[in-house]
Design a protein around this ligand. Structure first.
Ligand SMILES: Cc1ncc(COP(=O)(O)O)c(C=O)c1O
Length: 455
């Protein structure tokens, strides 16, 4: 009775899947400050042209260069597990599967895109890459990727995570990257925010502004910026996850998945698993696809579907997404990677077009689910991932009530071995649930009212 399917390295996908090719309604263009669609040239200040082409592509399949596959094959294809012990503990007729992205060197799905972005930058002549990181996972993934490919790397890490997760910083240093707490005094954005709010926990929006500012202020053209989520090319790079998972589910003898789940911060691990299944749904399959977010940072479940900036100070184009407004400062929950004001434009479009049904879950239920998972399946998951575990348990319990043998698959986006402070706080009873008051949401959203409307 197998509970794990591992593919051989040469079964790793040879192409990425682009949902933009199949969405019933095409995604809206990014807009510049003048309200006109941004051109590739405008984006070339921060990204190399080869990645901009991917960002704007509507090709269904894009080849994965061998140089990228070789590095990914150090840990890919990742295993697909059946959570038999969890199923037994829940007494559910559902069959629960999880795709284990925690096996990468940095411990999450993030290197899938970090390696690709570092590789394309190297091809384009970039020497230095600058980025930001929420929980530290993306920063350590890019530090790993740049060390493999031979680029310098600087990471702005959101202050609260910098303090909560000191060993992520050590990981980045070990791979040769520099890690700076954000807001910092190394950029104009950082200095301005520190002057206004010296004790701010920071936010991803602020860290993105700092990283972009630092990248564009090097006029040599050798410094570029890399983003770990949200953008189309990042979603694309993650689709190896769902493609592998479909092959592995078939090897388990499953004809199709009934429920597909991923936690969603900027949307990348969720998209990576879900988009290849969304293609089946567009073609007529009956699948519930669920992005899960924190109750305290409910961009998809309570935000507006609108044009907004990807960062705090307007360094990015305007993108159509579910958003709480770029001024939003989330509460310092332990799932640092889910504290983002917006959501990937592609995930947002798919939700808006009815392909996906988002859900928000409170922090305490997520930690409870993570502890149940650790005590049954053994793995200690990242606080971000605990949202997917909690939703999988909710769905399994629903299947029990309905007496249905559903096939549930979720993405185990990362391990939590660098996040034990969150578990410690949970066991000490120090964590609380937090629901964002409606008037706060309306206050933050007031900041986007002057932007162009979606239709
Ligand atoms: C383990 C893990 N899962 C999920 C996320 C959320 O990011 P995304 O929505 O892009 O997958 C993060 C972000 O840092 C993460 O570290």
């Amino acid at each position: 009775m197998t509970s794990r399917v591992v593919l051989s390295p040469d079964e790793m996908p040879k192409q990425w899947y682009n949902l933009a090719a199949d969405l019933p309604k095409p995604p809206k263009p990014y807009l510049g400050p003048d309200g006109k669609p941004v051109t590739p040239e405008m984006m070339s200040a921060i990204f190399p042209m080869n990645l901009i082409e991917q960002e704007m592509s509507t090709e269904r399949w894009i080849d994965i260069p061998d140089g990228i596959r070789e590095i990914l094959m150090k840990w890919r294809p990742s295993p697909l597990h059946r959570a038999r012990s969890l199923e037994k503990a829940l007494g559910t007729p559902a069959r629960i599967y999880y795709k284990n992205e925690s096996v990468s060197p940095a411990g999450s799905h993030k290197p899938n895109s970090a390696v690709a972005q570092a590789w394309y930058n190297k091809q384009a002549g970039t020497k230095h890459l600058i980025t930001e990181t929420g929980a530290g996972q993306w920063g350590s993934a890019l530090a790993f990727a740049t060390s493999q490919i031979g680029l310098d790397c600087k990471v702005y890490m959101v202050r609260v995570s910098y303090d909560q997760k000191p060993y992520r910083k050590v990981m980045m240093q070990t791979w040769g990257a520099e890690c700076i707490a954000s807001p910092s005094d190394t950029t104009e954005t950082g200095r301005k925010i520190l002057a206004e709010m010296p004790d701010t926990p920071g936010s991803l929006g602020i860290a993105i502004s700092e990283a972009v500012e630092a990248a564009v202020s090097d006029k040599s053209g050798e410094t570029k910026y890399a983003l770990g989520s949200v953008l189309n090319h990042v979603m694309l790079h993650q689709t190896v996850i769902g493609q592998e998972a479909k092959v592995q589910l078939a090897k388990f003898g499953e004809k199709q998945a009934d429920v597909v789940i991923g936690c969603a911060g900027g949307g990348s691990n969720f998209a990576g698993l879900a988009f290849p299944f969304a293609a089946d749904k567009i073609a007529g399959a009956d699948i519930d696809i669920i992005p899960v977010e924190p109750y305290s940072c409910p961009s998809i479940t309570r935000g507006d579907y609108a044009y907004d900036l990807g960062d705090k100070s307007g360094m990015t184009p305007l993108m159509v997404m579910y958003t709480l407004g770029h001024d939003f400062i989330p509460s310092p929950i332990h799932a640092g990677g889910l504290r983002y004001h917006g959501m990937s434009p592609l995930v947002s479009a798919a939700v808006n077009q009815g392909l996906m049904a988002p859900r928000a879950i409170h922090q305490l239920e997520c930690f409870e689910a993570a502890v149940t998972f650790a005590r049954t399946e053994g793995l200690i998951v990242a606080p971000e991932t605990s949202h997917a575990v909690a939703a999988a348990i909710q769905e399994a319990n629903k299947a029990t009530e309905e007496g249905k043998e559903k096939v549930i698959i979720f993405n185990l986006s990362g391990h939590g071995l660098m996040d034990l402070k969150g578990y410690q706080a949970y066991f000490a009873g120090e964590l609380a649930d937090y629901e964002l008051p409606q008037e706060d949401i309306e206050g933050f959203l007031a900041g986007i009212k002057g932007f162009p409307s979606v239709d």
